[in-house]
Design a protein around this ligand. Structure first.
Ligand SMILES: Nc1ncnc2c1ncn2[C@@H]1O[C@H](COP(=O)(O)OP(=O)(O)OP(=O)(O)O)[C@@H](O)[C@H]1O
Length: 263
């Protein structure tokens, strides 16, 4: 469980987080939605102690990441928006092995862990490739493997869908649901409302504050709220609200609702 208690943060004088209070439960798929500059990335970096609060507290299963960053990093893995910030070794194998090596894995155990993590992201044939030669989407998946290889209980994705093609986005959604199915806590941040429909709960953030927390139906199904905070209203949501129908979580669910409505 992650608890945020009256959290404040500023970069050289300008206040970016202003009194954040929130509890994210174990096993939740939790989304942060907010326009550019809302403070989402800054907030996520507090979850494993990369940033320390100026005031207030972060607790991860009762542990303070600013006091115990090593322990926090074993519990919480963060996938950065840009995979180039996460990958720094010559080969894919070395990049994915870096974390588990530091956890003490060696030899066959290390190799198994790396291949397991690569398989999770569908990249098991890429172990010997040079990281710098990969496409953005491939790098993104390797960056995720570097995090999964540490087997953290909580996995945080910052703008996971940015710059991915249709297939890449679908795989990303499937992976998040799979991780949730395994009992992991999955947290993601995005400025695109459309991508957060898979979440159990969403926190709407703007200008360093949490405006409201609710289910996808409550947040994404409220076009006035989204527009007020400079966020796009998902076209599917707009269509179903105009038809007076419940807001679906996916296109497939939407098709089912339309079928019943037509019958
Ligand atoms: N390293 C930094 N130094 C100074 N200011 C920063 C730094 N990183 C972020 N900021 C500022 O903090 C504010 C919040 O940025 P942050 O990246 O946390 O927002 P965000 O909600 O993740 O935005 P986006 O959707 O654009 O990624 C912005 O005004 C940004 O300019």
């Amino acid at each position: 469980m992650i608890e945020l208690r009256d959290l404040y943060f500023s970069y050289s004088g300008s206040e970016v987080l202003r009194g954040i209070n929130l509890a994210i439960e174990k096993g939740e798929l939790f989304g942060f939605l907010g326009p550019n500059g809302a403070g989402k990335s800054t907030l996520l970096l507090h979850f494993n102690g990369i940033l320390r609060p100026k005031k207030g507290k972060v607790l991860v299963d009762g542990l303070d990441p600013s006091k115990k960053p090593r322990e926090a990093r074993r519990k919480v893995g963060i996938v950065f928006q840009d995979p180039n910030d996460q990958l720094f070794s010559p080969t894919v194998f070395e990049d994915v092995a870096f974390g588990p090596y530091n956890l003490g894995l060696r030899g066959e155990k290390l190799r198994e862990r790396v291949l397991w993590a690569l398989r999770k992201v569908g990249m098991e044939n890429y172990a010997d490739r040079e990281t710098k030669e990969l496409s953005f989407g491939e790098k993104k998946r390797i960056a995720i493997a570097t995090v999964l290889a540490m087997k953290p209980q909580i996995i945080v994705f910052d703008e996971p869908f940015a710059n991915l093609d249709f297939r890449g986005k679908r795989l990303m959604r499937e992976l998040m649901l799979e991780l949730k199915g395994e009992g992991k806590t999955v947290i993601l941040a995005s400025h695109e409302a459309d991508y957060l429909s898979l979440c159990d709960r969403i926190a709407l953030m703007d200008r360093g504050r949490i405006i409201t927390v609710g289910t996808p139906e409550e947040i994404l199904g409220n076009p006035g709220l989204l527009r007020e905070h400079n966020l796009d209203v998902p076209p599917l949501v707009e269509l179903f609200l105009n038809l007076g129908l419940p807001v679906p979580k996916s296109v497939n669910e939407g098709v089912e609702i339309l079928r019943k409505w037509r019958a």
